[in-house]
Design a protein. Structure first.
Length: 227
């Protein structure tokens, strides 16, 4: 088992916080599944080096805000291990366009011409997808391989070991993770999903400004949402 643990390339503070998870049988099964699929010639996104990008960019003790997504993008070159984010040069997806629209309305932040949210992650916004991998062109294809056990443990660990984190739960799937969060210690802001398929309910939620108000109340440094 120790060998499995050593091979997980994840930022050190997360490796310590989640040490028990890496030793569990389900985590070994995730690894074995991905290795088998790749050997079978399946295309898996994001690339291996970016599966834990959210963790590597936002160390455990730096987490101030969590934005929970569901599935990585399943088209070539889009998924980068950060929920809702795509690399510079890739077309901005519809959900992210709506996020930018609300950000502009809420805080008058100029709408960026790219979809790379790394700058948020570097400031303590954990951009966490519930599933960390997906097969090419097959949405939710890795929904049942064990990732949700892992990411549920991530949410529960943040809830247990940190204080005053702002969780942004967009859409019913994300709202379903609410029981994992101790609302006596943390803040939960909920809204409709930003996808155009969910109508216009995401607009006017004011989550970006509210998140900063909650951080300010605690004396924490605000997130600069400009990209």
């Amino acid at each position: 088992m120790e060998k499995q643990n050593i091979q997980v390339k994840i930022e050190e503070s997360w490796k310590a916080a989640l040490a028990d998870e890496f030793q569990k049988p389900y985590f070994t099964q995730i690894r074995e599944f991905l290795v088998t699929e790749k050997k079978a010639g399946k295309k898996i996104y994001p690339p291996g080096s970016l599966i834990f990008n959210a963790f590597n960019t936002t160390p455990f003790e730096k987490v101030k805000v969590v934005i929970l997504g569901q599935d990585p993008y399943h088209n070539p070159g889009e998924a980068m291990g950060l929920s809702f984010s795509v690399p510079k040069g890739v077309r901005v997806p519809p959900s992210l366009k709506n996020i930018y629209k609300e950000l502009n309305r809420d805080l008058e932040v100029a709408v960026p011409n790219h979809g790379d949210l790394t700058a948020w992650a570097e400031q303590g916004v954990l951009l966490l997808n519930a599933m960390l991998t997906v097969e090419h062109k097959k949405a939710s294809s890795h929904k049942k391989i064990g990732w949700q056990k892992f990411t549920d443990a991530v949410i529960a660990t943040i809830s247990d070991k940190l204080d005053g984190v702002v969780f942004l739960l967009w859409g019913n799937f994300a709202k379903g993770k609410k029981p994992l969060i101790d609302e006596m210690k943390h803040y939960v802001l909920e809204s409709v999903h930003p996808s155009p398929l969910a109508g216009n309910g995401f607009q006017n939620n004011g989550h970006f400004g509210k998140a900063n108000e909650l951080l300010e109340k605690q004396g924490k440094e605000l997130i600069d949402w400009k990209l």
